[in-house]
Design a protein around this ligand. Structure first.
Ligand code: SF4
Length: 73
């Protein structure tokens, strides 16, 4: 196995594309430990500890109606 291959995803940061987010609230409802809606109804990532909350972040990501939950390097 290539060295570092397993940790590749851990170096990426979960983020919200704020221009795309329509504030539907699905991500914050699904995992309030990681996502929070601002007063302007835009989601924010409030924790990168998504390994600990036990939520399926990829599932939540795929359920965002506009694909606004992204991985950043
Ligand atoms: S699920 Fe997507 S559109 Fe809905 S609040 Fe979260 S990031 Fe925004």
């Amino acid at each position: 196995m290539a060295k570092g291959a397993k940790t590749e995803n851990k170096q990426k940061k979960l983020a919200i594309d704020k221009d795309m987010c329509i504030g539907c609230g699905h991500c914050a409802d699904s995992c309030p430990e990681v996502f929070k809606l601002s007063d302007e109804s835009v989601a924010h990532v409030i924790s990168q500890d998504f390994d600990k909350c036990g939520c399926d972040i990829e599932q939540i990501r795929s359920e965002c109606p506009v694909g606004a939950i992204v991985w950043e390097d």
